[in-house]
Design a protein. Structure first.
Ligand SMILES: Nc1ncnc2c1ncn2[C@@H]1O[C@H](COP(=O)(O)OP(=O)(O)OP(=O)(O)O)[C@@H](O)[C@H]1O
Ligand SMILES: [Mg+2]
Length: 508
């Protein structure tokens, strides 16, 4: 058989439809993926990307239509058969066994013996995989001790260990650093050179244009078009996704608070564990303060120390002018703080409860006083928020566990906004949300600051931090290394974060 060529079809779907209750998740989708291509799949939150990926991977069954893998129609498709045929899905929701080690997770389901000690063959195999990936993960570290970004790497290694010929990667880079994402793109190219097909679902359109051979745009469960990326532009893709021309413009920020205003929140020389080293900062009412730093720089840990998730070893945290006593997330919420955490599935949502309860959960006391009437007011408030954020489906009683990734993020957002907190911490607020929702979230951040809330904004998207914040602290290795004003260029910030030209500055 000749080596796989771009013309050979690895996977094809024809007339694929899938309905969940009242949602038509896929509507007669016909599409083919060539052997040895990296094929981008883009579309708004809820467009059906993950559903399509899961169907190819045997996780969902179509209502109608067919799937062909390497020219053979599949029957009674399930994950086991899909894996045997070389199809692996790296899902948006990570799927690892927390108590097992990295290597055990990588070889999970491949080798029965992995539940004990890894045998020498696997140790060797792991070393080879590690050489390809260069992730630097220790084989025997328990997965639960890893950050989300590292857990994602474990999933990627697992797919490689399974010798997949078709790999669906559903938003694999959403929690990776720029370096790590570049590495993953390299791996994709390497996979392509071996004839592996990569179906790459992502909201990063630049990444699609740079790394994919072709791209398919989906909207409302339908394919809008498939084209060679060489013929596409970012704005063209956005327009196809939204069905209208659109720009993600950063909204006007509210006027900065007067410098004399008393801070809502203050950290004085705070040390916490090894990740927060002598941090002092203050946020005033109506002010948006950004934290810019590379992933792993300690941004999230600063937020966690502030919110009472982690112990403070020394230094002081003050809220509304007074030192805070007992510290825990619960105590912080009752003081009027709120935090939208980075790991929305692990920390943010109660997936077994409907939308409405997820949104109102932290506020039950506020609403519960007057019984039925209050409950009605509460539902109305939730409905207004989910409409404003464009949560789909826009149902107060929606089943959050089956929402698309981006829509879960919006529900989480609604949950904290409902409480009108005095101080709001946002850690990666737009991760995984589409361009349309991004604009809405930006507007909400600005609105909430304009209403007097003090906001601490953490984001890996530097444009977002400098475009929304009144001032930005640069974070490196757990310490604040400087402050820059609004609209400082992203280039300058990156240079300082990477310490470019540091020595000369230090000596002068
Ligand atoms: N198991 C399910 N039960 C009910 N509805 C579902 C289920 N899975 C998906 N849906 C719905 O189908 C639609 C498509 O969802 P899907 O997860 O495929 O979107 P997506 O394009 O991956 O979005 P995102 O960018 O937010 O991840 C959404 O409206 C979603 O709520
Ligand atoms: Mg998805």
């Amino acid at each position: 058989m000749p080596a796989a060529t771009r013309e050979a079809v690895a996977a094809a779907v024809r007339g694929l439809s899938k309905r969940f209750g009242s949602t038509q998740a896929l509507d007669s989708v016909t599409l083919s993926f060539a052997a040895g291509e990296v094929h981008g799949l883009v579309g708004e939150n809820g467009a059906g990307k993950s559903t399509l990926g899961k169907m190819i991977g045997g996780l969902y069954h179509p209502d109608s239509g067919e799937i062909e893998i390497f020219g053979s129609p599949v029957r009674r498709w399930d994950t086991k058969r899909a894996q045997d045929a070389g199809v692996v899905v790296i899902a948006q929701e990570l799927c690892l066994v927390p108590a097992l080690s990295v290597a055990q997770n990588v070889f999970l389901g491949r080798e029965r013996s992995t539940f004990g000690v890894l045998h020498p063959g696997l140790v060797q195999r792991y070393a080879e995989l590690e050489q390809v990936c260069g992730f630097g993960l220790p084989a025997d570290a328990p997965v639960e001790s890893l950050s989300i970004a590292d857990q994602q790497k474990v999933e990627i290694m697992r797919a490689l260990a399974r010798d997949a010929r078709i790999i669906v990667m559903d938003e694999p880079t959403s929690s990776l650093t720029a370096d790590e994402a570049a590495r993953l793109h390299e791996i994709m190219r390497w996979l392509r050179s071996r004839g592996t097909t990569v179906i790459y679902v992502t909201h990063f359109l630049e990444d699609v244009l740079e790394n994919c051979d072709r791209v398919t745009v989906m909207r409302d469960g339908r394919v809008i078009r498939t084209s060679e990326t060489a013929t596409e532009t970012k704005s063209g893709l956005v327009e196809a996704m939204l069905g209208e021309p659109a720009d993600v413009l950063l909204p006007e920020r509210p006027p900065p608070p007067s410098p004399e205003a008393d801070p809502v929140v203050e950290m004085r020389e705070v040390w916490s564990g090894t990740a927060v080293r002598g941090v002092s900062l203050a946020v005033r009412p109506g002010e948006i303060v950004g934290l810019a730093g590379l992933v792993g720089s300690g941004r999230t840990e600063i937020a966690r120390a502030l919110f009472g998730c982690d112990r403070v070893d020394s230094g002081e945290i003050r809220f509304c002018g007074r030192p805070v006593g007992a510290r825990s997330p619960r105590a912080s919420i009752s003081r009027g703080m709120a935090m939208i955490p980075e790991d929305r599935r692990g920390q943010g949502l109660v997936l077994l409860r409907p939308t409405f309860e997820n949104v109102t959960l932290p506020h039950l006391r506020g609403f519960s006083r007057a019984g039925v009437l209050a409950r009605r007011a509460e539902r109305a408030a939730v409905k207004e928020l989910i409409d404003r954020l464009g949560v789909r489906p826009a149902q107060v009683d929606g089943d959050v566990s089956v929402y698309s990734g981006g829509n879960q993020q919006k529900v989480l957002f609604a949950k904290w906004l409902l409480g009108r907190p005095e101080f709001l911490i946002l850690d990666e607020p737009t991760r995984g949300v589409d361009v349309g929702a991004k604009a809405k979230i930006y507007q909400l951040i600005v609105d909430i600051a304009a209403s007097g809330t003090a906001v601490l904004l953490i984001s890996s998207e530097l444009e977002e931090v400098v475009g929304l914040s009144h001032r930005v602290h640069l974070v490196r290795q757990g310490a604040l290394i400087g402050e820059v004003p609004a609209d400082t260029s992203v280039d300058e910030i990156l240079q300082r974060l990477f310490g470019v030209g540091e020595e000369s500055r230090g000596e002068s």
